[in-house]
Ligand binder design. Structure first.
Ligand SMILES: [Zn+2]
Ligand SMILES: [Zn+2]
Length: 284
């Protein structure tokens, strides 16, 4: 595994990072320029910013904010404008130096979100929309202080049903390119439900989710952040990735889910072997 600051690419691998937060996300640090400089340093050819956009109106104590110049503003389209401007300006600055910078968001899914996702994509001409599923019935399952309350309402099968219903709805939304961290529910779900959660999720994905992802050409990412969070596999783990491939789902993008600049391109040298393309760029 490369040390911090070491180049992760060589001349035959044109690596891209399609899941990067910056300080417009309330849980991330580092400016857009700092992430871009890190990407160049590591030999990446493209970086796509995917700041959180969490606008579930019924979310219980959620993260529905965009941080603009240190101030937390509600996640509404108008407050995304400074982020959009900054990413586009970064593209103009860094492109001549051989780094392409793309404009994306990690759209926090909730039931009934399709129209809002489509409107947001169109309004800002987003290059990329990553769908992040972080809640079950309006409660976060990936925050340390709420997962217990979230999961204690459901048996494991019920939790997975609700999780997968959101994946299917998002895949059917034409604004969504990619489902982020497919088995992120195991972040705390493994602790809460035990390994049954992996079996139930795999089965449900094979029966109901993968056919929809394949039919709608909704991609999956290999999210390397799991390795930073003490797991021994990426999100998703290999059995899910293999089953997705067998079902004709395109596992295309690499994402570090960076929340600080030195996370960019984390473990990509190895993870790249799991994606369908070494170069996963959008068209200019
Ligand atoms: Zn996420
Ligand atoms: Zn993320």
């Amino acid at each position: 595994m490369p040390e911090h600051g070491q180049r992760v690419g060589d001349s035959s691998l044109l690596l891209t990072d399609y899941h990067v937060h910056c300080d417009y996300s309330i849980d991330a640090v580092g400016t857009i320029d700092e992430y871009c400089s890190e990407a160049l340093e590591r030999g990446l050819v493209e970086i796509c910013f995917t700041t959180h956009y969490d606008a579930n109106p019924n979310s219980v104590g959620g993260d529905g904010f965009i941080r603009v110049k240190g101030e937390d503003l509600p996640a509404v389209p108008k407050n995304l404008e400074p982020y959009v401007r900054d990413v586009l300006a970064a593209h103009d600055r860094f492109y001549p130096g051989n780094l392409s910078v793309k404009l994306g968001v990690e759209f926090g899914w909730y039931t009934g979100a399709s129209a809002e996702a489509e409107k947001l994509r169109e309004e800002f001409g987003l290059d990329y929309m990553l769908c992040g599923i972080h809640e079950l019935e309006n409660l976060c399952f990936c925050c340390a202080d709420s997962y217990d309350k979230c999961f204690s309402r459901f048996k494991v099968e019920e939790a997975i049903d609700r999780y997968c219903d959101q994946i299917i709805e998002a895949a059917e939304c034409k604004a969504v390119d990619t489902i982020a961290h497919l088995d992120y529910i195991r972040k705390y779900g493994l602790k809460f439900y035990g390994s049954a959660i992996d079996d139930v999720l795999l089965q449900k994905c094979q029966e109901s989710v993968f056919p929809v992802l394949a039919a709608t050409d909704t991609k999956l990412e290999v999210n390397t952040s799991a390795m930073r969070r003490g797991f021994d596999s990426y999100f998703p783990r290999m059995p899910l990735l293999n089953a997705a491939r067998r079902a004709g789902v395109d596992v295309k993008y690499l994402g570090s889910d960076a929340h600080q600049p030195d996370h960019v391109g984390f473990d990509f040298e190895i993870a790249a072997a799991l994606t369908s393309l070494n170069y996963a760029g959008c068209e200019d």
